[in-house]
Design a protein around this ligand. Structure first.
Ligand SMILES: Cc1cc2nc3c(=O)[nH]c(=O)nc-3n(C[C@H](O)[C@H](O)[C@H](O)COP(=O)(O)OP(=O)(O)OC[C@H]3O[C@@H](n4cnc5c(N)ncnc54)[C@H](O)[C@@H]3O)c2cc1C
Ligand code: FES
Length: 303
């Protein structure tokens, strides 16, 4: 069991958790993730290690509530615990001194890009951060990025904060102006990463994306996370999650990510009908002195 020490909303539906996980905290490197299972009958979901403190033995996760499991997780508070947490998983980011690195984060992708942006700065790069969100209140980690970025551009779809538009606009301008860019790291929705790849391809700017494939074990055993690339099939959990954007087939990725859309919608609807019952199940499942009245709980957990 992994106790939650801190839990706070950073934005609507986006919550930051500090979780006690000393071994993961000691080993983790930028770009890696964990697989979390909230309770005995819960599914396993991948979440990026946004930050960590080896001395305190904690890691930070930033979670956007999109479906049943992430919305349930975002109901947890300090004092609760998650049942399983496996990691660190995946290949760490290839952090070197490239020169100028443009880091692009769309939505919760900003939280996923943040640890690598920080590591790139520590490696001596000039970091230009471009972060985007639908609206002002969803802009993430602005103070943290201001601390490390040499330049920070904020873009919102509705223009309520920063410039109006999408995150690829400032990148496009920089490329057109001939600004020096040695590496682009783009993390966000599949179609956003695909657009960045197409924008940097003609000028051959090295571009890395972090792929949000569906995952199960996260250790290379099932191929659920497989990604089609020009160099053949790769498993995002062990070969990635970061890949050269110019070899990824994003259409296959988008299609594969929709595989369980109907089941996901159904699970969310059932969860929404009684979220407190699901929360109670996590709490009972994660109590050291839990009673074993699993028969009583089966109905709730299978929803
Ligand atoms: C390596 C990796 C790291 C990740 N890191 C983070 C993170 O730090 N914070 C965070 O909030 N999310 C992260 N994700 C995405 C997260 O795993 C999914 O949002 C989560 O599994 C959804 O579970 P659910 O049951 O709540 O939603 P589901 O019911 O499974 O899905 C609901 C909807 O969410 C979307 N979705 C489902 N799975 C994914 C996915 N893997 N990626 C993106 N969208 C998805 C789809 O539109 C789907 O229809 C990461 C994914 C990967 C592969
Ligand atoms: S999630 Fe099973 S191999 Fe990657």
């Amino acid at each position: 069991m992994f106790p939650i020490l801190e839990a706070e909303f950073l934005a609507p539906e986006i919550k930051r958790f500090v979780i006690e996980a000393p071994r993961v905290a000691r080993k983790r490197r930028a770009g890696q993730f964990v697989i979390v299972r909230l309770h005995e009958r819960g599914e396993r979901i991948p979440l990026t290690i946004a930050d960590g403190d080896a001395d305190r033995g904690t890691i930070t996760l930033i979670v956007q509530g999109v479906g049943k499991t992430t919305r349930l997780m975002n109901m947890l508070e300090a004092g609760d615990a998650v049942l399983d947490l496996v990691g660190p998983l995946g290949e760490p980011s290839d952090v070197r001194n490239y020169g100028t690195v443009v880091v692009i984060g769309g939505g919760v992708g900003t939280a996923i890009a943040w640890p690598t942006a920080k590591a790139m700065k520590a490696a001596g790069n000039r970091v230009v951060a471009i972060i985007g969100a639908r609206t002002k209140e969803l802009v993430l980690l602005e103070p943290e990025l201001r601390e490390i970025a040499d330049e920070l551009e904020i873009v919102t779809d509705d223009g309520s904060y920063g410039r109006k538009g999408v995150v690829i606009d400032p990148l496009c301008e920089r490329i057109m102006r001939g600004n020096r860019i040695d590496l682009v790291l783009a993390i966000g929705p599949v179609r956003m990463m695909q657009a960045v790849a197409e924008m940097t391809r003609p000028s051959g700017i090295r571009t890395i994306v972090s792929l949000n494939s569906l995952m199960v074990d996260g250790t290379g055993m099932c191929g659920g996370c497989r990604v089609a690339t020009k160099e053949g099939t790769r498993f995002a959990c062990v070969d990635g999650p970061e890949f050269d954007a110019h070899i990824v087939d994003f259409d296959v990725l988008a299609r594969r990510n929709r595989t369980y859309a109907a089941n996901e919608a159904e699970a969310l609807e059932t969860f929404r009908a009684n979220p407190n019952a699901a929360l109670e199940f996590v709490r009972r499942s994660c109590r050291l002195d839990r009673c074993h009245a699993e028969g009583d709980l089966a109905e709730v957990s299978s929803s």
